[in-house]
Design a protein. Structure first.
Lengths: 231, 573
């Protein structure tokens, strides 16, 4: 059997290593995550500057919140765009990349204009059915035509959907929804057998024979003169 | 303004702390010499909690990992990029070169791909094979003992394959392939393209008690807090300090020029401190330049004096000439066989490819010289800004609608997660005298130092090589049952050949040789014109190979350091 997800059961679990009697890797990760996020002083200054600016007004932020939730409805147990702080993310990224601003601001105006003209209410207070009726006209673009050659409202929706989905799946709840298992110390020992089977591939025994024996990862490497590993 | 001069005289002043500078620091300090390391950027230690980005989640930043301030995404551990505010460079009309700089202790070794390939016997004598470029004045046999020592000191995984131009070394065992890599192995082999385990400098096994062992987070580009991958600080400079080395590190110090005396010998360097914007001088018996191929050339060209009116070491007029980067062209594909993946396991692996394809072609049957290797990317990696931006674009391959909104987007994202594979060719371009950098006297950086002007054009030979890459990628993707994405770059796009500088393997600006008229340094990387100045970055490379340059920089820097030690002990310099 190829060890993968089953590694824990056979004792091949990662053990936090003490380096120079300092804190363990896990302790470092916890402290680092809480206190810093690896920014240089210049980068921190830029973030503070952007945070002090306001791009969308209250009404626009509310519209973004409503729209993002129609695009990606919340679902138990991992919530939706609000739990993922998608509106705040969109506010920040549009300040970070000013070239997005006209499309986003213009698109929000288009939504309200269309909703007012058709239903006599702003987009955010329209019913879900009315909102969908408007979105159905802009949510599907022609994949044969470059996006920048398509109408503004179609470009707007594409951008808003892209930011909503990427914002959700880069959040804590979104990553849990996706099921991504990494970003933590572990011992890689190959693809689990059931996954190999599902995709119709297998390991070549000759190849695997050359790969790392994870039970010996902690033993210092020594070679003979020809470069054959002895340990 | 008076220039502040230190009274201390160092045995050796090393300019730059990347692969070449780090190795020279380690060897010269271990040999007991008093060393000054002058670095343009700040101090950096991969385990410093304030600087560390390893294990950060995208949501720990308001921009979710986007690349606004760092070219490879905001968790990448290179301070700098292709553009740095206040530090411009210019171009001759109609030519291109993108210059990546990382100013920090350890330089670009903190974020690099750790692909650690030896040059082969043919790579040092390639003119003999195809008539292009020039041979090196040294051969593989001269460098082999140093490659062996680098393998053991720093650690590299790989396998003994007995390939004639991809020499084996002292390898740690490689990690097992990931799922998409198994698909690649099958697809490539169908086309007769060889695939072997990757050769990267991460510790899959312990090599000493000072460094940790890889815990497979896949984040080597963020620099490893337990020192399980190679960075110049963690593996060379800090150990040399711990070893009792007399090393003084000057950070935030931008070297302007090498100073010389009446006899034309180097006396030290002058630098601008970024902290107070004042100029300082350091005195040393030997100056070792390791600022990167282009930066070292710039320092030499800016070091003009009565004795060296054309710039230091430039009597040949070749400093800055023969600049060349690796060729690069890539393509990505959607692989239906990798759809609907189970996310039951963590496949981050090491920070790079577990398998790769070394060059396999027979150039006598091809319309271009020199080869390339293929790098593979893919897998269920951590989401970052841009992830699932087009959540269901692959619907088009199944005749279903692209776009829309609602619950189905969640299913689409999961259906296609991990089903994209990227192939990138990294090859050898020919070194040419007419591809070069020079000083642009009309422009200075914010420290008042004249900047570089680049003049670089790819020839048809490199473009034909890129065409071969694209044809090969397409064939392999089809073998994998995949659908290549985007339009295949054709002739009008130079077959996707990236602008020179984009692969960040620039070499050749101070090439070595036996004849002072046709080369800048001798085979020990000592300036022909000034015997107490050495260059240990990739400047002295006569030719790039279809390999990455770092392992050779390390081996040659060690070799040059051994020579310097001998010369200093014999009082020859």
């Amino acid at each position: 059997m190829i060890l993968g997800a089953g590694a824990g059961a056979t004792g091949l679990i990662f053990k936090g290593c003490k380096t120079d009697e300092g804190p363990t890797v896990e302790e470092n990760i916890a402290t680092g995550a809480e206190e810093f996020f690896g920014r240089t002083p210049e980068e921190l200054k830029l973030i503070e500057k952007l945070n002090a600016e306001q791009l969308f007004n209250t009404h626009e932020m509310e519209t973004i919140a409503v729209l993002s939730t129609v695009i990606l409805p919340p679902k138990e147990p991992h919530g939706g765009p609000i739990e993922a702080e998608v509106p705040d993310f969109i506010e920040f990224i549009a300040k970070d990349y000013p070239e997005m601003q006209d499309t986003l601001l213009g698109g929000l105006m288009w939504l309200d204009h269309t909703s007012n003209t058709t239903f006599g209410v702003e987009f955010k207070t329209a019913t879900l059915e009315q909102q969908k009726q408007i979105l159905d006209t802009i949510a599907f673009h022609d994949v044969e035509v470059p996006l920048e050659e398509q109408p503004m409202e179609i470009q707007f929706f594409h951008m808003m959907r892209g930011l909503t989905v990427t914002g959700y799946y880069t959040s804590k709840v979104g990553i849990a929804d996706l099921g991504y298992k990494g970003n933590m110390p572990n011992v890689w020992d190959g693809v689990p057998e059931d996954v190999l089977e599902q995709h119709g591939v297998s390991y070549d025994p000759e190849w695997i024979a050359k790969c790392v024996d994870q039970s010996k990862r902690g033993i210092i490497a020594e070679w003979d003169e020809e470069g054959n590993l002895l340990t | 303004m008076q220039i502040k001069e230190s009274t201390e005289v160092y045995d050796v002043i090393i300019v730059g702390s990347g692969a070449g500078g780090g190795m020279a620091t380690k060897q010269l300090a271990d040999a007991g010499f008093k060393v000054a390391v002058v670095e343009a950027g700040p101090f950096f230690d991969p385990k410093d909690l304030e600087q560390m980005t390893q294990f950060k989640w995208p949501y720990e930043s308001p921009r979710r990992g986007a690349s606004k301030t760092r070219a490879f995404g905001e968790w990448d551990m290179a301070y700098g990029g292709w553009e740095i505010e206040g530090e411009p460079y210019t171009h001759a009309e109609g030519t291109k070169f993108d210059w990546f700089r990382s100013h920090m202790l350890g330089g670009r070794t903190n974020h690099w791909g750790r692909i650690s390939l030896r040059f082969g016997p043919r790579d040092f004598k390639h003119k003999d094979v195809d008539g292009h470029g020039d041979n090196w004045p040294i051969s593989y046999e001269d460098v082999k003992p140093y490659y062996d020592k680098v393998d053991k000191l720093i650690g590299v995984f790989g396998t003994k394959e007995g390939r004639p131009n991809d020499p084996d070394g002292f390898f740690l065992p490689p990690p097992k392939p990931r799922l998409h890599e198994l698909f690649y192995i099958n697809g490539a082999r169908k086309s007769g393209v060889p695939v072997i385990p990757g050769r990267l400098s991460m510790l899959t096994k312990k090599i000493n008690n000072e460094r940790g062992v890889c815990f497979y987070c896949g984040q080597c580009s963020r620099a490893c807090s337990v020192y399980a991958d190679f960075s110049s600080g963690s593996c060379l400079i800090f150990p040399a300090q711990k070893n009792g080395g007399q090393i003084k590190i000057f950070v935030n110090s931008v070297v302007r020029e090498v100073t010389t005396n009446e006899e034309g010998k180097a006396t030290g360097v002058s630098y601008i401190s970024k902290d107070d914007r004042k100029e300082y001088k350091l005195k040393g018996k030997v100056v070792v330049l390791a600022a990167s191929a282009c930066s070292s050339a710039r320092i030499l060209l800016n070091s003009k004096s009565k004795q060296h009116p054309n710039g230091l070491g430039n009597s040949s007029n070749l400093v800055g000439k023969y600049l060349h980067d690796s060729t690069g062209s890539s393509r990505v594909a959607f692989i239906p066989g990798l759809m609907n993946r189970k996310t039951s396991y963590n496949e981050d692996g090491v920070g790079g490819m577990h398998v790769y394809s070394p060059w396999w072609g027979d150039n006598s049957k091809l319309d271009f010289p020199r080869g390339y290797h293929i790098e593979i990317s893919g897998g269920m990696s951590m989401p970052s800004y841009g992830f699932a931006y087009d959540p269901n674009e692959f619907n088009k391959f199944f005749g279903s609608k692209v776009g829309g909104y609602g619950d189905s987007l969640r299913d689409d994202v999961k259906k296609y997660y991990g089903a994209v594979v990227g192939l990138a060719g990294r090859g050898e371009g020919i070194a040419r005298k007419d591809n070069y950098c020079e000083i642009d006297p009309t422009t200075v950086d914010k420290y008042g130092i004249p900047v570089l002007k680049f003049n670089y054009q790819w020839s048809d030979l490199e473009k034909k090589q890129a065409k071969h890459m694209q044809d090969t990628f397409e064939e392999i993707f089809h073998n994998m049952g995949g659908e290549p994405l985007g339009e295949k770059p054709g002739k009008e796009k130079d077959y996707g050949l990236l602008a020179p500088g984009r692969i960040i393997h620039e070499v050749g600006t101070t090439r070595m040789g036996n004849d002072p008229k046709t080369s800048v340094t001798n085979k020990y990387q000592q300036l022909h014109d000034v015997d107490n100045v050495f260059i240990v970055d990739a400047g002295p490379f006569v030719s790039q190979a279809d390999k990455n340059c770092t392992w050779t920089i390390l081996a040659l820097s060690w070799r040059a350091s051994d020579y310097i030690i001998k010369q200093l002990k014999q009082r020859n310099i």
